[in-house]
Design a protein around this ligand. Structure first.
Ligand code: PMP
Length: 300
């Protein structure tokens, strides 16, 4: 669980979180047009290490531009806002920083009446120890990602999470921890807030871009794997191949690499050499204790 820290950056000022509300009739709430992005920091002996903040800000700017929100701040200001809100809260534990960009004014017409955009950046501290047991995943033939013709999968907008949320409720009701959604062809797409990887014949595969969010952890894991000499592929993965994988895991900023132990009630093999190697490497890369990846970490 993440707990929102008391101070929030709102339109250029650090203010108490209670000041950063969204009005009832805001387009952001009524139509789900809020766009956001989330980056992680770790508390390390050398300070708070923020992971790939530039990539997250770039993706936020991309999401806003697709939704038609003109941002009053540039890349550097949005990056500095994240650093400022983390430092203002001075967290003692690891956490997540979340940029939200939204139309607050007006009535919930389909097209927002006012295009004045607000920007809030909140820090959230992580309260729980990371999950110790592998994930139980459910898939359903009819639980699918919206195809790219319906919703651009590269955009992180609130409305995009409604279908995945309903599918996750169904998975949880069936006794699983999470759901993996299929694409329009019935191949594996992604989990609601994570990308999917499998290992088969010692090859690490993940679904290609086109129907999934270009996850920053996904991209990082692919690069780390290649540097470790692990063969990688971005290719369609059928539901049957997923269920029969030698290893499988989810990646995402908040996870960051979560092994999967059960898919649709069937256990995966207990030995996970590739997953463990990648999880260890990612753990040290994110804390800047792994040689060669210093440019991915910003100390606040
Ligand atoms: N897919 C979706 C739909 C997501 O919301 C997320 C979380 N941002 C991810 C994948 C993982 O992306 P990242 O590694 O950049 O957090």
């Amino acid at each position: 669980m993440a707990l929102t820290a008391p101070l929030v950056w709102l339109d250029g000022k650090v203010v108490p979180v209670a000041r950063a509300g969204v009005p009832l009739m805001a387009h952001a709430a009524q139509r789900g047009s809020l766009v956001f992005d989330v980056a992680a920091w770790h508390v390390t002996p050398r300070g708070r290490a923020l992971f790939r903040v530039d990539a997250h800000v770039e993706r936020l700017l991309h999401s806003a531009s697709v939704v038609g929100i003109e941002l009053p701040y540039d890349h550097d200001a949005l990056k500095q806002a994240a650093i400022d809100v983390i430092n203002a809260n001075a967290p003692k534990t690891d956490g997540l920083v979340r940029w939200s960009v939204f139309f607050a004014a007006g009535e919930p017409d389909l097209l927002p009446r006012s295009k004045a955009a607000h920007v809030a950046v909140a820090a959230q501290t992580l309260q729980d120890a990371p999950r110790s047991r592998p994930l139980r995943i459910a898939t359903f033939p009819d639980a699918r990602k919206a195809p790219p013709e319906v919703l651009d999968p590269t955009v992180k907008a609130a409305a995009a999470y409604l279908g995945p949320m309903i599918a996750k409720q169904r998975a949880v009701a069936a006794g699983a921890d999470d759901v993996v959604l299929l694409d329009a062809e019935g191949n594996i797409a992604e989990a609601p807030i994570a990308n999917v990887f499998v290992v088969r014949n010692e090859i690490l595969s993940t679904p290609p871009l086109g129907t999934v969010l270009p996850g920053i952890t996904r991209r990082s894991v692919l690069e780390i794997a290649r540097n470790l000499g692990i063969a990688t592929r971005e290719e369609p993965i059928s539901r049957t191949d997923f269920q029969g994988a030698a290893e499988a895991f989810l990646t995402g900023t908040s996870l960051p690499l979560a092994p999967i132990g059960v898919i649709d009630g069937l256990p995966l093999p207990a030995k996970t050499p590739v997953t463990s190697r990648l999880a260890d490497a990612l753990r040290s890369v994110r804390r800047d204790t792994h040689e060669g990846y210093a440019s991915w970490v910003t100390f606040t």
